[in-house]
Design a protein around this ligand. Sequence first.
Ligand code: ZN
Ligand code: ZN
Length: 232
Amino acid sequence: MMSTFQDRLRIPWRGGAKQISIDSALPIVLQPVLAYIAAQSVWCTVLVSLTMLFGMCYLYTVFVRFLPRTKFFFVWTLTSAILLLLVFEFNVVPFLEIMPHENCVLIGLVISSGICLYKVRTRAELNFVVHADMDEETELACSVCRRRVPPRTFHCLICQGCVVKRDQHCVWLDCCIGDKNHQLYVLGVLLSVGTLVYGAILTLTTVCHPSFYIMETVLLPDDCSDVYHDFT
Ligand SMILES: [Zn+2]
Ligand SMILES: [Zn+2]
């Protein structure tokens, strides 16, 4: 029954429906439920945040051991981004307190960080050592696959390849960060943090009253204690 269910689990994609595994589909179900629970009260928010933090650490250790190629964390990133954007555009913007130019700046930030992180993924392929091109003079050998590699190359057990100047395997983007995509990765992370902070400020100044200015430019929320009374 499980395999039939697994076979039926498909999402519409260009060039035909794409099959998606159960672990990858989990965030799509889990996130709206967690968001719903978190919106009930302050303590629910604290509880959901802590559960997510420890839950992620636990799931990471489980997936690394038993299912290293899982797309769970990557789908989690995508679902979070889409959910946040939907909440912002359909629940915050209709309050009509956000100026059109503020919305445009936020959409611009979302698009630029999205493009940046997409390029990090597409460029990840270029990090792998092409063994046919290797200089025979190189004395170094990869400690895992025993093939000749340039200096500062590390083998990724998830990607199953030797990655030049490997920084880390980023589960949230489901690719290795190395020589060819490291700068884009840093830029993408900074842009994403900027987008999240800006989106949070716009959202909180809309739903919390009253708000105040710091340095006469940045509007910040003052008292947000009554936001839980209105579910939306
Ligand atoms: Zn290797
Ligand atoms: Zn990797």
